[in-house]
Write a protein that binds this ligand. Structure first.
Ligand code: FAD
Ligand code: NDP
Length: 596
C-alpha cells in the first residue's frame, strides 16, 4: 500500500521543523550511537522512534523516497539528508558535523544553495563535496560539439578528451616499445612486425571513458547532486538560464555559483583551419587512423600527441613556432624533444602555419599545409593526411553572461579570483582552468573545488595552495618536475645563490635492450641562501609521474639537499639518483653513466 499523505507530511514536517532530525528505532544499536554522539556534543535534536509508531513501515518507505535510504538512523541536518551512522561519524571525525549544524542558514528562498556551472574535474569535486556537507546542489554540464561535430559525456576535459585518453594512448605507444624490448629479454614474438590497430585502440579507450561517464552520473545521483545536462548562462547574480539539447530553456536560482567551465582548443585565424584540421578534442575518438600527421604547436598537448602517434607507428611532424614547452625548464624541454627527434619525430622549427588546403577528401584525406619560416619569411609546403592544431586553449567564459553580472573577466577569458577563489562578485566563485594564473591541471581543479566547498559550507578556512604543484609531460621520454625551472630560479634568487646538482641516468631496464645510457637525466636546484632548500626538481626518464609525486610531498615539507642526501634510495630504481646527487652543474664534472 502506498504511504498516506499524513505519513508523508509527518516525515517532511519533521525534517523541516527540526535543525537536527534523527529518524530512529529504540531497538537499533547504531541509532543509540548517533543519539549518544549528539548528546555528547550537546546538540539539540529531535528523534522520532519509528518502531513505536503504528505505521513504521510506511514511514520507512517515505524515508526511502525522500532520502534514498530506508534504514535507520536516518539523519537530517537543516533539512538536508546527511545519511546513517557511518556518514554522521565520518562528518564528525572530519570536524564538519558541528560546523554544518552551526553554519547560518541562507535567509533567501533560492531553489539551490549552490549551482556549479561545468561538470569537469573542478565542478564535480566541488558539487559532490557541497552536497556531502548538507547543501542543495545542482551541476550544469554541457559539451558544445567541435567543428567536426564531436561531443562527449559527463566529466569534462580530463576524462573525455584530456588526461585519461592521452595517458592510455601514451601507454599504447609505450607498449610498442616494450614489445620490442621484450625480444632482448628472451621473448619470442610469433608475428612480426607487431602493429597497432588504431580502431582497436580507440574503441578500447572510448569504452573505458564511457564507463567513467556513467560512474560520474551514478556518483552525482548517490550524492544527491542534481545533474542538469544543459548549457548555463547568467541572467542575474542569483539566476541562470539553462538550455538543453532540445533547446528547452529553464530558469534556476541559487545563493552561490561556482564557475568551472574549462577551456577549448584555440583555432588560428588562417584559411582552412576550422574546415580541415582537428584538435585534441577530435583525436581521441577519431574513427579512422590519422595517417601521416602534422601537429602544430610545441607545448604539452602538441608534444604528447605527437609522441604517442609516433609511438604507434605513424609518420609525425611537429611545427614549432619558437621553443618547446614554454614555461618549463628549457634544458629539460630540449632533452625531451631531442629524444622524440631521435625516435623519428620530425620537427619543422621556427615555422607558423599560413593556410591549409584540401587536396583529397577522405578518412583520412590529404591536406596541403603552407607554413612560413619566422626568421626569413620563406614559405614551405607539405602534404599530410591529418593536421592537429595544438596551439593553446581558451577559457570559455565569455559567453556565459558574466558581463551581465559584472564579474571581471580578463581579455584571455581567465577570471581573476582572490585567495579564496572568489571573483569580484561576492557570491560567484571560480576554480579550475578558468582561474587566472592557476596551473591548468586536473588535480589542481579537484583540490581547489573540494576546499572551496569546505570553506563555503564546512566552516573550513583552508585555502588551496597553488604553489609547488608537480606535473608530468607524457612525452615518449616522460618529464616530470616540481617547483622552479632553472631559468625561474635564477630570475628569482640570482645564479650565484643557487646550486644545481645533476646527473645522467641509465635505467636498469634500458641496459639489456641496449638503450642509450646517457639520455635520462635528473637535476635538483637548491637555494644556498636558505639551507640549500630544494626549490626545483626535474626528472626525465621512465615513470616520471610516479617518481615525482613523493618528492613533491617532500618539497611541500621543505626538504633540503642534506635531507635528500640522508634519504636512503630504493635500488635499483631511477628515483634513487635524487638521493645521491653529488655533481654540481657549475663544476662541469662528468655525469655520464656506464652502469647502474
Ligand atoms: P573541464 O574539465 O574542462 O570541465 C569544464 C566542463 O564545463 C566541460 O564539461 C564543459 O563542456 C562544461 N561547460 C562549459 N561551458 C558550460 C556552460 N556554459 N554550461 C554548462 N557546462 C559548460 N591535466 C593533468 O593534470 N594531467 C594530464 O595528463 C593532462 N592532460 C591533458 C591532456 C589534454 C589533451 C588536455 C586538453 C588537457 C590535459 N590536462 C591534464 C588538463 C586538464 O584536463 C584540465 O586542467 C582539467 O580538465 C580542468 O578541469 P576544469 O574543471 O577546470 O574544466
Ligand atoms: P599552451 O598554451 O601551453 O601552448 C601552446 C603552444 O602552441 C606553444 O608551443 C605555442 O608556441 C604554440 N602556438 C601558439 N600559437 C601559435 C600559432 N599561431 N602558430 C603556431 N604555434 C602556436 O597550450 P597547450 O594546449 O599545450 O596546453 C594547455 C594547458 O593544458 C597546459 O598549460 C597544461 O596545464 C594543460 N595540459 C596538461 C598536460 C599534462 O599535465 N600532462 C597535458 C596537456 C595539457 P610559443 O611557445 O611560441 O608561444
Amino acid at each position: 500500500m502506498p504511504p498516506t499523505e499524513n505519513v508523508r507530511s509527518l516525515v517532511e514536517q519533521n525534517i523541516k521543523d527540526n535543525p537536527v532530525m534523527v529518524f530512529s528505532k529504540t531497538t537499533c544499536g547504531f541509532c543509540s550511537k548517533v543519539k549518544s554522539l549528539f548528546d555528547e556534543l550537546k546538540v539539540t535534536y529531535k528523534a522520532l522512534e519509528i518502531n513505536q509508531l503504528e505505521n513504521s513501515a510506511e514511514v520507512q518507505s517515505v524515508l526511502l523516497e525522500v532520502s534514498g535510504q530506508q534504514t535507520v538512523p536516518n539523519v537530517y541536518i537543516k533539512g538536508r539528508h546527511l545519511g546513517g551512522c557511518d556518514a554522521t561519524f565520518k562528518a564528525h571525525s572530519e570536524g564538519l558535523l558541528l560546523k554544518m549544524i552551526e553554519a547560518p542558514s541562507s535567509t533567501h528562498e533560492y531553489e539551490y544553495d549552490l549551482i556549479v556551472i561545468g561538470g569537469g574535474s573542478g565542478g564535480l569535486a566541488a558539487s559532490k563535496r557541497a552536497s556531502e556537507l548538507g547543501k542543495k546542489v545542482a551541476v550544469c554540464d554541457f559539451v558544445q560539439p567541435t567543428p567536426k561535430g564531436v561531443s562527449w559525456g559527463l566529466g569534462g576535459t580530463c576524462v573525455n578528451v584530456g588526461c585519461i585518453p592521452k595517458k592510455l594512448m601514451h601507454q599504447a605507444s609505450m607498449l610498442g616499445k616494450s614489445i620490442e624490448d621484450a625480444k632482448s629479454f628472451g621473448w619470442q614474438l610469433t608475428s612480426e612486425p607487431v602493429k597497432n590497430k588504431w580502431e582497436g585502440m580507440v574503441e578500447a579507450v572510448q569504452n573505458y571513458i564511457g564507463s567513467l561517464n556513467w560512474g560520474y552520473r551514478v556518483q552525482l545521483r548517490e550524492k544527491k547532486v542534481n545533474y542538469v545536462n544543459a548549457y548555463a548562462k547568467f541572467e542575474d547574480q542569483h539566476t541562470i538560464t539553462t538550455v538543453n539539447r532540445r533547446g528547452k530553456e529553464t530558469k534556476m536560482t541559487a545563493d552561490k555559483f561556482i564557475v568551472a567551465v574549462g577551456e577549448r582548443p584555440r583555432y588560428p585565424d588562417i584559411p582552412g583551419a576550422k574546415e580541415h584540421c582537428i584538435t585534441s578534442d577530435d583525436l581521441f575518438s577519431l574513427p579512422y587512423c590519422p595517417g601521416k600527421t602534422l601537429v602544430i604547436g610545441a607545448s604539452y598537448v602538441a608534444l604528447e600527441c605527437a609522441g604517442f602517434l609516433k609511438g604507434i607507428g605513424l609518420d609525425v611532424t611537429v611545427m614549432v613556432r619558437s621553443i618547446f614547452l614554454r614555461g618549463f625548464d628549457q634544458q629539460m624541454a630540449d632533452k625531451a624533444a631531442g629524444y622524440m627527434e631521435k625516435e623519428g619525430v620530425q620537427f619543422l622549427r621556427r615555422c607558423v602555419p599560413v593556410k591549409i588546403e584540401q587536396v583529397e577528401a577522405g578518412e583520412p584525406g590529404l591536406l596541403r599545409v603552407t607554413g612560413k619560416m619566422t626568421e626569413n619569411g620563406e614559405e614551405v609546403t607539405g602534404d599530410y593526411n591529418t593536421v592537429i592544431l595544438a596551439i593553446g586553449r581558451d577559457s570559455v567564459t565569455k559567453t556565459i553572461g558574466l558581463d551581465k553580472i559584472n564579474v571581471q573577466v580578463s581579455k584571455n577569458g581567465k577570471v581573476p579570483v582572490n585567495d579564496y577563489d572568489q571573483t569580484n562578485v561576492e557570491n560567484i566563485f571560480c576554480i579550475g582552468d578558468n582561474g587566472e594564473g592557476k596551473p591548468e591541471l586536473t588535480p589542481v581543479a579537484i583540490h581547489a573545488g573540494r576546499l572551496l566547498s569546505e570553506r563555503l559550507y564546512g566552516g573550513s578556512t583552508l585555502k588551496c595552495d597553488y604553489e609547488g604543484v608537480p606535473t608530468t609531460v607524457f612525452t615518449p621520454l616522460e618529464y616530470s618536475c616540481c617547483g622552479l625551472s632553472e631559468e625561474a630560479a635564477i630570475a628569482k634568487y640570482g645564479e650565484d645563490n643557487l646550486e644545481v646538482y645533476h646527473t645522467n641516468v641509465w635505467p636498469l631496464e634500458w641496459s639489456v635492450p641496449g638503450h642509450d645510457n646517457n639520455t635520462c637525466y635528473v637535476k635538483a636546484i637548491t637555494n644556498k641562501l636558505d639551507s640549500e632548500r630544494v626549490i626545483g626538481l626535474h626528472y626525465l626518464g621512465p615513470n616520471a609521474g610516479e617518481v615525482m609525486q613523493g618528492f613533491a610531498a617532500a618539497m611541500k615539507c621543505g626538504i633540503t639537499k642534506a635531507q635528500l642526501d640522508q634519504t636512503i634510495g630504493i635500488h635499483p630504481t631511477t628515483a634513487e639518483l635524487f638521493t645521491t646527487l653529488n655533481v654540481t652543474k657549475r663544476s662541469g664534472a662528468a655525469i655520464d653513466q656506464s652502469g647502474c
